[in-house]
Design a binder for this molecule. Structure first.
Ligand SMILES: [Zn+2]
Ligand SMILES: [Zn+2]
Length: 122
């Protein structure tokens, strides 16, 4: 149940859906903001679907912006022994579970592995 009227901009029929007379909605055809007129008629037709013009949010990949802040005054802490990591040991050879061009990063205090990475930069 909605109100039916013609868009004052594109003259196409619009069903207001749940909105009432005097309220403003975007025309699903041309996108213009139209005030639902007093002469809008009651209609059993289903509300008009919003226009597909313009970018659709559902189709865009929403990438959260990751903020990078340089903190030269802070020292990362080992997640295992909680020692401050002023340095991290790396090893590239002689460890059976890493392949040739990988580096293993480990804590110099507890020697637990912090992560893996490619040893070649770039
Ligand atoms: Zn329109
Ligand atoms: Zn540690």
């Amino acid at each position: 149940m909605g109100l039916k009227f013609k868009c004052s901009t594109c003259r196409k029929p619009v069903i207001s859906g749940y909105l009432k007379r005097g309220e403003i909605m975007a025309c699903p055809h041309c996108g213009a903001l139209v005030t639902i007129p007093d002469f809008a008629t009651e209609s059993d037709e289903s509300p008009s679907i919003r226009s597909q013009r313009g970018p659709s949010l559902s189709q865009e990949q929403i990438k959260p912006e990751l903020k990078l802040t340089e903190r030269e005054d802070l020292v990362p802490v080992c997640p295992y022994c909680e020692a401050s990591l002023n340095e991290i040991y790396t090893r590239t050879k002689g460890i059976p579970f890493i392949s040739a061009d990988n580096t293993v990063y480990f804590c110099p205090h507890c020697l637990k592995v912090l992560g893996f990475g490619k040893s070649r930069m770039g």
